[in-house]
Design a protein around this ligand. Structure first.
Ligand code: PLP
Length: 365
């Protein structure tokens, strides 16, 4: 496949069909049970934060295997809450990767601490090697991200002797060495945004096994802090999804297996080669020698929304040189995220494979 061919696909009037049915990049899976659960709760008239939220929190603690959980308004609120209960503030440093969404950086700024950015490894996540040079006496926390649902060995980051916040916003239900993510570090943070593996529309949760931190978290609830704004309607939706969550994850795995089997011979690097366990929140492929914008346009014109792995690199916003983040820069340029979610039909999956094959010639051709 040459760049020329991609640009033809991108601009060909034949492909610019305005009435083409688009396949979204992500989509929640809402079924009848979800709808009737929310309706049932509406009929009770209990719409604010109440017993259903408590039930949801208990169910999450059981699922993740932690002493406690506090439901929050979103993943970002969960990160802010975590930093607050760890007493992270002015003058403190928090380590996070440059390759992550902006809200993680915003959470650190929100508590007045200084975000210290590190590079990533081959599976899009930070590693011991990329974090070590940034550890200092001012480091008060490390935010370990399990991006794309890819599992990182959280345990190994505990060696630095500072609290580890496991950001599992993209990895609800993933496990490392038999332990659920969110139960391994000091604190676990989840997002239940509409695009995430499990959704409450917007929402999230903070988990911990530390009794003292749990007490502090619960004080936020007692005081009605805006960070913990999740209501009973949302909790019912979350519970309803949790009941079939194993099926949801199995569907993601099945789609990933189909893509892996079908895309193996193309001029792209598929997640299989990354040697990393994942729950496939995303199916990121790596393309080389192609312009991202042209590829995206080619997919779009053929009815498929694809995205970059992250929208931008944090260090570029801070005007830091690319030379300190070589892996993140390379992966940012190369990564293309294909649609993957439980409600993706077989017909849509086949179309995604067909279009991907059309765009990237088989190595065998
Ligand atoms: C890795 C990661 N952390 C934190 C967040 C923030 O979660 P929320 O959008 O629920 O605030 C997100 C959301 O996209 C995320 O992907």
């Amino acid at each position: 496949m040459t760049r020329g061919y991609i640009s033809e696909l991108a601009i060909s009037p034949l492909n610019c069909q305005s009435n083409i049915e688009m396949i979204s990049h992500s989509k929640p899976w809402i079924n009848r049970k979800d709808i009737s659960a929310v309706l049932r709760q509406m009929k009770t008239g209990m719409l604010a934060r109440g017993l259903k939220v408590k039930e949801f929190e208990t169910a999450i603690s059981k699922f993740i295997g932690t002493k406690g959980t506090v439901a929050v308004g979103c993943g970002t609120s969960g990160l802010i809450l975590s930093l607050r209960i760890l007493d992270v503030g002015q003058g403190d440093e928090v380590i996070l990767p440059t390759y992550v969404c902006h809200s993680v950086y915003d959470a650190v700024k929100q508590v007045g601490a200084r975000p210290v950015l590190c590079d990533i490894g081959e599976n899009w996540n930070m590693t011991i090697e990329t974090v070590t040079p940034h550890i200092s006496s001012s480091t008060k926390a490390i935010i370990v991200i399990h991006l794309f649902g890819n599992v990182v060995d959280t345990d190994s980051f505990m060696q630095f002797g500072v609290p580890v916040i496991e950001d599992c916003c993209q990895a609800f239900g993933a496990a490392a060495n038999g332990k659920m993510l969110g139960s391994i570090g000091t604190i676990g943070v989840f997002s239940f945004h509409a695009t995430k593996c499990l959704t409450t529309g917007e929402g999230g949760a903070v988990t911990t096994n530390d009794e003292d931190l749990l007490k502090r978290m619960n004080n936020f609830v007692k005081n009605g802090n805006p960070l913990v704004k999740l209501n009973d309607l949302q909790a019912w939706l979350g519970l309803s999804q949790l009941y079939r969550y194993t099926t949801m994850l199995a569907r993601r795995q099945k789609i990933a297996d189909f893509y892996t089997q079908q895309l193996r011979d193309l001029e792209i690097i598929i997640p299989e080669n990354e040697n990393c366990h994942s729950i496939y929140f995303r199916y990121p492929v790596r393309v080389r020698n192609h312009e991202y914008e042209q590829i995206q346009k080619a997919y779009h014109n053929l009815g498929i929304h694809v995205r970059r792995g992250v929208d931008k690199l944090l260090h570029r916003d801070l005007n830091l040189s690319d030379k300190y983040f070589p892996k993140a820069v390379r992966l940012f340029e190369q990564t293309l995220s294909l649609p993957i979610y439980p409600s993706l039909t077989k017909r849509e999956q086949r179309k995604i494979v067909k279009v991907t094959k059309e765009i990237f010639h088989s190595k065998c051709n």
